[in-house]
Design a protein around this ligand. Sequence first.
Ligand SMILES: NC(=O)c1ccc[n+]([C@@H]2O[C@H](COP(=O)([O-])OP(=O)(O)OC[C@H]3O[C@@H](n4cnc5c(N)ncnc54)[C@H](OP(=O)(O)O)[C@@H]3O)[C@@H](O)[C@H]2O)c1
Length: 368
Amino acid sequence: MKTAATDIRYMTRALRLAARGRERTSPNPMVGAVVVCRGRVVGEGFHLRAGSPHAEVLALQAAGPQARGGTLYLTLEPCSHTRKRTPPCVPAILASGIRRVVVAMRDPNPQVNGEGIRKLKRAGLSVSVGCLEQQAEQLNDSYTHRMRTGRPMVVLKMAMTLDGKTATSSGESQWITGPAARRHAHQLRTQVDAIMVGINTVLTDDPQLTIRLGHPITRQPLRVIMDSSLRIPTTARVLSPRLRRGTLIATTRHAPRARLARFRRQGISVLVLPMEKGRVSLRACLAQLARRGVNRLLIEGGSELAASALQAGVVNRLRLYIAPRLLGGTDARGVIGGVCPSRLAHAFALSSLSVKKIGPDLLIEGML
Ligand SMILES: NC(=O)c1ccc[n+]([C@@H]2O[C@H](COP(=O)([O-])OP(=O)(O)OC[C@H]3O[C@@H](n4cnc5c(N)ncnc54)[C@H](OP(=O)(O)O)[C@@H]3O)[C@@H](O)[C@H]2O)c1
């Protein structure tokens, strides 16, 4: 179906508005709306954060009676379900007197999934779907991924030397890359809902897993520690009184009962999950995180967790920072742990590769 140039123009405006909610709307998607009547924009809005009014409601409020007989441009299908904090948008659209609705994409949320569009059509409105659909999909790629797969979009980030080592034979890994690459990597934390590490990384590096640099910090990502037998010491920085509320420990039935009870009494969130190969099942953990509204997860290592994530086929993007140094040594840790496949054909292949220089270091990004 050919899309009219005016539809593209107004949908582009709606998409730009939607993007203003970046890093704030999760677990909700970013949504923008524009109301046009007799060739004039009479109202617009975007979703600011979860729990605040939806874009179309704001745009219709701004338009008031001028919306009557007009067209509503929406980057995502309007909601029609009531199981959320804000009222459904379809009744607001019907009450506004809007005659035509142009929607960029269907909402893959199973509670919507075409129902909003059907209700508008049933009420006699003209509805077109698919204007700038690809751009709308891209804008909310992690939200749509979660809705379609039941797990968050996963970014795996690692730093290594030119010969693929992530730590010395004694486990020293701070810092392989220079300050510019570290700042760049840190920035990635602002774009995710949760950060995950394996327990060995906590025991070796005692990280905080918080956003500490850059622009006004509006929220901190959830910290997730994969720890099958609850080895984490209560003195770990992620369990300090300041950070423990935003930390989740994923463990298994191998966690000593008394220790589990003590952690819970201390207000530490511990999730007992099924096991896979003797460890916390990564897939079960991702499903839980998706249920908690985590759209985008950053895995920050170490090499064992990185290997598990690749083998489970859950990594969507890889970010590899490479320092121009060589460590050598068969006893120095490699970037991906686990067991090496016997055939080259079984290697994990990257696509859509990009290479960038950051200070003296390199950043290679790719999709899996
Ligand atoms: N260069 C980098 O980018 C970077 C990043 C992070 C860390 N590091 C370095 O890497 C080293 C630690 O890495 P590591 O490979 O030894 O350990 P790791 O990946 O941090 O942790 C692995 C441990 O996590 C637990 N775990 C629970 N569920 C798991 C699952 N599904 N898959 C994998 N692990 C699971 C296991 O212990 P249990 O069986 O006890 O649960 C496992 O032994 C440190 O020296 C650290 O400094 C480097």
